[in-house]
Design a protein around this ligand. Sequence first.
Ligand code: TXA
Ligand code: MG
Length: 318
Amino acid sequence: MSDVEAIRQGARIIRQGGIVAFPTETVYGLGADAYNPLAVARIFEVKRRPYFDPLIVHIEHPADLGKLVKKIPSSAKKLTEKLWPGPLTVVLLKEEGIPDIVTAGLPSLAVRMPDHPMALALIKESKRPLAAPSANPFGYLSPTTAEHVREQLDDQVDLILDGGPCQVGVESTIVSFLEKKPRMLRPGGVSLEEIESIIGKVEISSIKDNPSAPGMFPRHYAPRTPIVLHRDEMHLDSYEGKRVGFLAFQEPVHFLKFRHMEVLSKKGDFREAAANLFSAIRRLDALDLDLILAEAVPEAGLGRAIMDRLRRAASRGE
Ligand code: TXA
Ligand code: MG
């Protein structure tokens, strides 16, 4: 089946109330017609996602934002004009007509315009905005290839569109405009620095004080293998005798005797590291190790999103 035919079929499925996995530049999403509560309910079921965790609605043209939300403050307008299509999600007061199941009953709605030709074509052809979370079982790592989706959800979704590996590799940055000052609820594919260069100072919610993003549970993006954040070379002896996999940010300077090692970016490039992050953790997770030791990365630019995901993956659910 050609891409065009696959997209046409996907759009038909969406219009009939089905669910379709599709590529975006960040991660693969699992989409349904945002105006069809039953179709959206199936997404929650398939993902085993709690109903209090709201979804992002995906559009194919910036002008569609106005149909979904009440008012677009000038800072939100400026940001979407500059960064859409791209890994930015904005949270605004929702317009009537969006089913409650999409927003988990919240008066606000998260919206983004993805930067992937297949995603845009699917939304356009469906003639519906798509409510779509990442296409993974709840709490597990987001998929960055169609193969990842097939491994975990194959028999439960109506179609998986394959658009190759995701270029960004971490989820979108979420910015809320519900308060006086814009607030970043989740670091992601576009950096805080870039956002602030466009709209000035942005407040930041940390993992712990984040009641406004109900889905931001500490333990998220977690592999089966315990993952531990590693900050220095000092304590490596304590892992003697254990089957340890090392998730390195860049080519290590020291020779380390780990059973398996994944290097996110040989030259220490954040973009490359983010694009490889979830695939690398999945490969280590498949090896039946005692432990994954993940090297901490500097918290600037995309490093913030990478550290956020590593911290959540390392969190033991407290
Ligand atoms: O890059 C992405 O954003 C990907 C692709 C598929 O677009 N999607 C994604 O969706 O990461 P999901 O469902 O895994 O994460 C959506 C996050 C959740 O943490 C949720 O709590 C938050 O967005 N969210 C959704 N609606 C919200 C709202 N009205 N207010 C605050 N947070 C919201
Ligand atoms: Mg997710």
